[in-house]
Design a protein around this ligand. Sequence first.
Ligand code: SF4
Length: 338
Amino acid sequence: MGIPLIQKARIGAYVGRKRFGSNGNRRFPLVLMLEPLFHCNLRCKGCGKIAYPKEILEKRMSPSECMAAVEECGAPVVSIAGGEPLMHRQLPEIVRGFAHRKKFVYLCTNALLVQKRIHEFEPSPYLTFNVHLDALDDRHDARVGRNGVFQNAISAIRLLVSKGFRVTTNTTLFKGETAETAGALFDLVTSLQVEAMTIASAFNYENAADQEHFFNRDEAITLFRAIFQKGKGKTWRFNHSSLYLDFLEGNQDYACVPWGNPTRNIFGWQKPCYLINDGYEPTYRDLMKNTEWSKYGAGRDPRCTHCMLHSGFEPTAVMDSAKNPLKALRVYLRRNRP
Ligand code: SF4
């Protein structure tokens, strides 16, 4: 089971319309990164979001603010993160609102509340539970600072799959992980019949509690190469384009396009992306108009030096695929050669 055809077709048509339509839009969003709260039931070591004071952690975006955000920017996909979205009481209403607008929702969760709240959601092609799993067993528990979280996530994935929900996983790699350990995690996840896996090398948040376990770009490329080599002949499915996976292996030289995944949270529209914060704008229009996009990316802003995150670079790869379909096909065939 892979990404449903309806999602691929809608997003393909959207990119075609934006890229080649009569308006020829140069900058357009693919995924709205929505953070309707920063509150979380864990304190993961690599997270920069949970350091906010209590009064900020108590704030929530309302369903109507969430709908206004997606209508303003028009992105076909919404990634709901945070914080832990399942701690938001009105999340089912928010998800229903997006589905009604035919938006594909990725609900990013540590899965601690899945069992308790699953009955509030309905399986739908528009809803995917994206479960956070950084490593196997105790190592995942150590990263999130609580025993039993890994096993709970595995049980939640089994439950969601058995009920007919779309499920993906989200793995952020930190120092200490190897091709062997990551490969074992991907084998396990694949055996659970999840739709696809999202992978990333951890972003170095300035205020994260753990500053010692971030890969630099060369180290990340070396690890991704070893992981993909290990995956040859396996049925691992990643939730990324072939060109983006090729970029992770250091074979494509891409610039970041942070406007591809704009971020809206309880403060407003965050400049320039969900990883770094150079202030907020009240509307999407203001975000696009008032952000100096050319200031960001490797070689321009030191905070971007080691970033290879899908939020900045997957849109570049998708645009490259749309512009150069034969190149995308060649890379796909090369990468999937047994
Ligand atoms: S390179 Fe990364 S941190 Fe810098 S703007 Fe792009 S997505 Fe944000």
